[in-house]
Structures are given as structure tokens and as C-alpha cells.
Ligand binder design. Structure first.
Ligand code: NDP
Length: 293
């Protein structure tokens, strides 16, 4: 039974950590200490005062921060001192491949394994333990951390070497951004034309234009005007920009991926750092002078 440390109790980190706490001995840490204290009193696990203190006895250290650069910075500032030789760092951040490769090299010099393991499925998927987890790293390292991943993941896929999980996640996110934006444009135009968005979605969701955006996000969040804040637009912007960078690095002309990144950046500037990703639709509505209804 490996002991686990969990660093980063944000919107998705918290429910992932809760599922790990139900199966493994766990110590948690969060930059804003109040959040770790609240989690500890809710679940009965220990919360540490520093990342290195949380990690010092852990066989598997899970990170779930905003960006790979945050993970790299934390390792340099404090975490590296606490990591046990022979431990593994499982990074559930939706990261960027180049930084993950740098982190993996740095940790390898200390005999610490690294697996990038970004997730998809949202807060609800984390609560239910049904996340898709896309992993990059050595197959033996993944086998070691797999029992921990199984506490919160249902579909666990080894995508390739370090960084491959990050790359698949970034491309998935660019597709998410494109389908949100495209579905938004379609439904605003149809609303203006006089076709109800409910009727339009009834057709689209039984036709070839359907997507997670049309089947789930729009019915649950846009048509209801609920726009719950579960995944920041700022993070989708970060993801789409990683995807565009990968395409550039690989010399693949990718105008749509770049457009997804540019539209996310524009919407982020318009709506602010706390806006949810689905709120991007509000920008289309503002431009058109009409709501999806
Ligand atoms: P949040 O903004 O809710 O939380 C971010 C977490 O990272 C917080 O715990 C924050 O600490 C911590 N953090 C940020 N920067 C640093 C830093 N420099 N040093 C230490 N800690 C830091 O984000 P989410 O939980 O939503 O997302 C986390 C990751 O998971 C992101 O990469 C995101 O793209 C990805 N993701 C999110 C999903 C979602 O539905 N929310 C779904 C799939 C992936 P503090 O509390 O102090 O701010």
C-alpha cells in the first residue's frame, strides 16, 4: 500500500484527492493553507505546512497545479528537498510537454520517476472516479503509480514517453474550445433566425454536428443560464495555447488550433480570470446582440 502526498487542492484536485484519501494513506498540501486545513478536517487526513513536508514519506507524490511551470517552480523552490529517492511524481496538471520533459530529467537525476497524467471528465468525473487519464512516461513507472490513478480514473491510457499525456490533453482541449465556440455561433445565429436553441439541439444531438459541447455543456449550462464555474476559461486558454505550440513545434500548419487559442485568449481578456470556459459563449452573444434561447 503506497503512501501518497497530494499537492494542489483546486477545483479538480480536491475531488481527486478525496478519492485517493478513501483508498491510501494521504498527506495534503495547498499553497493557500486554509484550503488544505478545510480538506483535512473534512476527510481526517494530515495537512502539511510545506510541499516538502507533505512529500517526505510518500511513495507517490501527486501534483495538480495550474501549469507545468508552477510544478517546475514548486520542485525548485521546496519540493525536491522532500522527495524520497525511489519515489514517483504523478503530475495531473494539464501541462506542456517541454516543461514536463525538463522536470522528468531533473527528477531522474535524484532517482525520482515522473509520469505526466492529465485528466478529462471535469469535477463530476473526479467525484465519481470516472476520469479519463492520459499518461506519459516509462511503462514500468506507470505500472507503479497505476493503483493510485485507479482511485480516480476509469479510462487510463499510456500515450507514450514523458510529455505524451500532456500533448494529447492539449489537443483534446483545443477540440473542446472549437466545439464550444462553433456550437455557440450556430445557436446564436439560429436563435436570431427564430429557431429555439432547444429545438436546434434536439436536431443537432441526433445528427452529425453533435459533440460534448452540444450534448452536455449547452443543455446544462447555457440554456439554463447557470454557467457554473467548474473549469476556468483561463485554463482552457492555457491548454489551447499549448496545443498551438505543439503544432508549431511539429511544423504542422494548424490554423484552427491557433484560432481556438486566439479566441480563448480574447474571451479571457473580455471575461476575466475567474470566468468559466463555457462563458466564452457570452462573447459571441455580445457581438451578435442576442442570447442563445
Ligand atoms: P484551480 O485554479 O481551481 O486550482 C489551481 C491549484 O493550483 C490550486 O490548488 C492553487 O493553489 C495551485 N497553484 C497554482 N499555482 C501554484 C503555484 N505557483 N504554486 C503552488 N500551487 C499553485 O484549477 P483546477 O483545479 O481547475 O485545475 C488544475 C489543473 O487541472 C489545471 O492544469 C487544469 O487545466 C486541469 N484540469 C481542470 C479541470 C476542471 O474541471 N477544473 C478538468 C481537467 C483538467 P491556491 O489554492 O493557493 O490558489
Amino acid at each position: 500500500m503506497p503512501s501518497v502526498a497530494f499537492l494542489g487542492l483546486g477545483a479538480i484536485g480536491r475531488p481527486i484527492a478525496k478519492r485517493i484519501a478513501a483508498k491510501f494513506p494521504l498527506v495534503v498540501w495547498n499553497r493557500t493553507a486554509d484550503r488544505a486545513a478545510a480538506f483535512a478536517s473534512e476527510t481526517g487526513v494530515r495537512h502539511a505546512q510545506s510541499a516538502s513536508d507533505a512529500a517526505k514519506d510518500a511513495d507517490v507524490v501527486v501534483t495538480c497545479l495550474s501549469t507545468s511551470l508552477d510544478v517546475e517552480q514548486l520542485i525548485g523552490a521546496d519540493l525536491l528537498r522532500g522527495l524520497k529517492r525511489g519515489a514517483a511524481l504523478l503530475d495531473c496538471t494539464s501541462g506542456d510537454p517541454a516543461t514536463s520533459r525538463r522536470i522528468a530529467d531533473k527528477l531522474a537525476a535524484e532517482n525520482v520517476a515522473f509520469v505526466d497524467a492529465p485528466v478529462s471528465g471535469g469535477v463530476r468525473g473526479a467525484e465519481d472516479g470516472t476520469l479519463t487519464v492520459m499518461c506519459g512516461g516509462d511503462a514500468n513507472d506507470l505500472a507503479r503509480v497505476r493503483p493510485v490513478i485507479e482511485a480516480f480514473g476509469k479510462k487510463i491510457v499510456h500515450c507514450g514517453p514523458v510529455g505524451a499525456g500532456d500533448a494529447v490533453k492539449a489537443m483534446n482541449q483545443a477540440l473542446l474550445a472549437l466545439t464550444i465556440w462553433g456550437t455557440g455561433e450556430a445557436l446564436v445565429a439560429l436563435s436570431k433566425l427564430g429557431v429555439s436553441a432547444h429545438v436546434a439541439l434536439e436536431v443537432i444531438n441526433a445528427s452529425s454536428g453533435r459533440s460534448n459541447a452540444s450534448m452536455n455543456l449547452f443543455p446544462e449550462r447555457v440554456l439554463t443560464r447557470a454557467f457554473p464555474r467548474t473549469f476556468k476559461l483561463a485554463l482552457l486558454d492555457k491548454d489551447a495555447r499549448i496545443a498551438a505550440q505543439i503544432a508549431r513545434d511539429e511544423r504542422v500548419p494548424a490554423p484552427l488550433t491557433q484560432l481556438a487559442a486566439d479566441l480563448c485568449t480574447l474571451a479571457r481578456q473580455e471575461l476575466g480570470e475567474e470566468a468559466d470556459h463555457v462563458e466564452a459563449v457570452k462573447v459571441i452573444e455580445k457581438w451578435a446582440g442576442a442570447e442563445v434561447r
